[in-house]
Design a protein around this ligand. Structure first.
Ligand code: NAP
Ligand code: GLV
Length: 309
């Protein structure tokens, strides 16, 4: 079988070598214009030109969890898109979210400012019970994040499309329980996929329903957040701050107001990175499952095109 590698934002050569070593019975190569038609592809940063040139693809392995970049493209009818499931990302996501939450809750950013002034000053201890955290999305990444927050004794709410039961997490689901979920939360962590249903979900109307002094941690996609609404709610005092890892335009333009806002912390889409070795091992295992007879649409992580994730 021929497997093409098409990766933007990274050096593809070590991926080709690693995949070839993990799948010696197949022919792995870097895609280039005019390449032979492949059966499978390993892709990040898909382009229409690549898809149009590869009409025989049966399985496409996305080297990340989010597949929103694929949704506007035309794919070969028979092709199944398979996303990355965890592969070392959930522990990174949990440590990032916990760090952002604890930094805000323990006012460590205020102590950093005090240090710059050589000022020794205590802040009044705050109560965890005043900082209920709502996790939007209880999937491969959201569930372990919710569990980690619970292990740190924060009150945790979770919201998903279908109903869930998680020890220590108050679970809400669907549109019917959305308002109740927001009203029960002060800190909001976004781990939803970006789909037509979730685009712009972090908007003025929804963020206004968080408890006063709210805090937003967006680690999913920039298209979930209405930038101007966040800034207005910070400036009005309803929100106390935000940690943002993802943006509508990446890299975040140098003149974007998020960079300079004193209540916003910006990181460059780094909360949970794709780890090459773990990702290659996961893709190789799925290729073997497929070759052993599992239909592509039943591979773990296969995307439902209707749902968009
Ligand atoms: P996942 O396993 O597909 O989980 C998605 C969760 O969102 C599920 O619980 C799903 O509900 C819920 N959901 C989807 N649409 C919904 C809707 N309309 N209303 C309510 N809940 C909805 O995805 P994942 O692997 O956890 O990843 C989540 C996202 O994280 C990715 O799509 C990506 O955008 C982002 N991400 C970011 C980084 C980064 O470095 N910043 C890294 C990796 C991933 P059900 O359980 O009912 O299906
Ligand atoms: C990164 O953002 C991913 O979707 O894996």
């Amino acid at each position: 079988m021929i497997i093409h590698v098409y990766l933007t934002h990274t050096q593809p050569a070590p991926w080709v070598q690693g995949l070839q070593a993990a799948l010696p019975e197949h022919q792995v190569g870097l895609w280039a214009d005019g390449a032979d038609p492949a059966d499978a592809a390993v892709v990040w940063g898909p382009s229409q030109a690549f898809l149009d040139a590869q009409p025989r693809l049966k399985v496409i392995f996305n080297t990340g969890a989010g597949v929103d970049a694929w949704l506007p493209l035309r794919w070969p009818e028979q092709a199944v898109l398979v996303r990355l499931e965890d592969a070392g990302m959930s522990v990174q996501m949990a440590e990032y979210v916990l760090h952002a939450l604890v930094r805000h809750f323990r006012e460590l950013d205020v102590y950093a400012q005090d240090q710059a002034l050589a000022r020794w000053a205590f802040r009044k201890p705050r109560l965890r019970s005043d900082f209920p955290v709502g996790v939007m999305g209880l999937g491969v990444l959201g569930e372990p994040v919710a569990r980690a927050l619970h292990a740190f004794d924060f009150p945790v709410n979770g919201w998903s499309r279908s109903p869930k039961k998680l020890d220590g997490v108050r679970c809400f689901s669907g549109q019917a329980q959305w308002g109740e979920f927001l009203a029960a939360s002060r800190v909001l962590v976004n781990l939803l996929p970006l789909t037509p249903h979730t685009e712009n979900i972090l908007n003025r109307a929804n963020l206004s329903q968080l408890q006063a002094g709210g805090y937003v941690i967006n680690v999913a996609r920039g298209g979930h957040l209405v930038d101007a609404d966040l800034i207005d709610l910070l400036n009005s005092g309803h929100l106390a701050g935000a940690t943002l890892d993802v943006f509508r335009q990446e890299p975040l333009p140098a003149d974007h107001p998020f960079w300079q806002h004193p209540q916003i912390t910006v990181t460059p889409h780094t909360s949970a990175r794709t780890l090459r070795d773990a990702t290659i091992a996961q893709i190789a295992a799925k290729v073997r499952l497929w070759c052993a007879g599992t239909p592509a649409a039943q591979l773990p992580g296969a995307i439902d095109r209707q749902r968009g994730y």
